[in-house]
Design a protein around this ligand. Structure first.
Ligand code: G3H
Ligand code: 13P
Ligand code: ZN
Length: 310
């Protein structure tokens, strides 16, 4: 087993009309829960590390934990930097041995986004590392109150094709109505599938990425709230929409919030039901199991990635 790029994973996923889950990791229990699910499901996967995760856990710990998880499970892993804000952090991760990095210069003017992305692509490709970039602003469709606001925030399909041609990037995150966190839609959940279709028709077979793609399962929100949590009205991307996107050229689906909910709701329950507990293993073990169950369900019933590794 080894760290691998997402190139072959994405090719197979697009041809097979499923998506690969990219799960954010911050500590040992999260890595173990996700990896155990992938092992059980025989599913390809991406483990992704944000700048915040690197700061929290220190890069060396995350690298060694991922290495241990590969040895333990016998699985290959694509290790990816999530939302790298500039060339420097992308370079550091390439130098650390990551197999994939994201340069997210989407908040900068278009030409600057192109220039920074190109610089990362040049360095990463020279080291055998693949690159994801982003174009457009992640915002719920309800935030875009009219068509011109939606056009301003969401990814322009023609511009996406131009961006990919000019940068040589390996995958592209686009904005079609998802957003980060537990509150994704103000009203009815809605994604701009027409826009997605336009993007993929201009770039057939090119891997598209959906950020902000947690489904915020109601059982986790309710468990959280019934044990003292205060996240009323949390709402994610409905599973059937993610399933549909996975058949339409979306090759990578990013999930972090659902992991946070699985961990926190479980620990809350232990603390309320067993106030005498102070051994961390007593709450971290069920939290790890809750991650495994949630991720296995995603792979099987939402992404369609179960059984896709030999
Ligand atoms: O999209 C961002 C991810 O959820 C990572 O969040 O920067 O708090 O680690 P973080
Ligand atoms: P969620 O907040 O929906 O889990 O999105 C995570 C993400 O996009 C990480 O880059
Ligand atoms: Zn993201």
């Amino acid at each position: 087993m080894a760290l691998i790029t997402s190139t072959e994973m994405f090719k197979k996923a697009i041809a097979g009309k499923y998506a690969v889950g990219a799960f954010n990791v911050n500590n040992m229990e999260i890595i173990q829960g996700i990896m155990e699910a992938a092992q059980q499901e025989r599913s390809p996967l991406i483990l992704q590390v944000s700048a915040g995760a690197r700061k929290y856990a220190k890069p060396i710990y995350l690298m060694k934990l991922v290495e241990a998880a590969m040895i333990d499970t016998g699985l290959d892993v694509c290790l990816h930097l999530d939302h790298g804000e500039n060339f420097e952090i992308c370079k550091q991760c390439v130098d650390d041995g990551f197999s994939s990095v994201m340069i997210d210069a989407s908040s900068r003017p278009y030409e600057e986004n192109i220039a920074e992305t190109k610089k990362v692509v040049e360095y990463a490709h020279a080291h055998g590392v693949v690159v994801e970039a982003e174009l457009g602003k992640l915002a719920g469709i309800e935030d875009a109150v009219n068509v011109s606001a939606a056009d301003a925030a969401f990814t322009d399909p023609e511009q996406a094709a131009d961006f990919v041609a000019k940068t040589g990037v390996d995958s592209l995150a686009i904005a079609i109505g998802t957003s980060h966190g537990a509150y994704k839609f103000k009203g009815e959940p809605r994604l701009d599938f027409e826009r997605l279709e336009k993007v993929t028709s201009l770039m057939p077979g090119f891997p598209i990425v959906l950020h902000g793609a947690s489904s915020v399962p109601q059982y986790l929100v309710e468990r959280c709230n019934s044990f003292g949590g205060q996240i009323p009205g949390a709402q994610g991307v409905p599973e059937e929409m993610l399933r549909k996107a996975a058949t339409m050229g979306v090759a990578k689906i990013n999930i972090d919030t659902d992991i946070r909910l699985a961990v926190t709701s479980t620990i809350r329950q232990v603390f309320v039901e067993q106030p005498e507990v102070f051994d961390p293993r007593t709450y971290l073990k069920p939290a790890r199991e809750a991650i495994k169950d949630m991720v296995a369900h995603k792979m099987r019933d939402v992404l369609g990635s179960s059984g896709k590794i030999d």
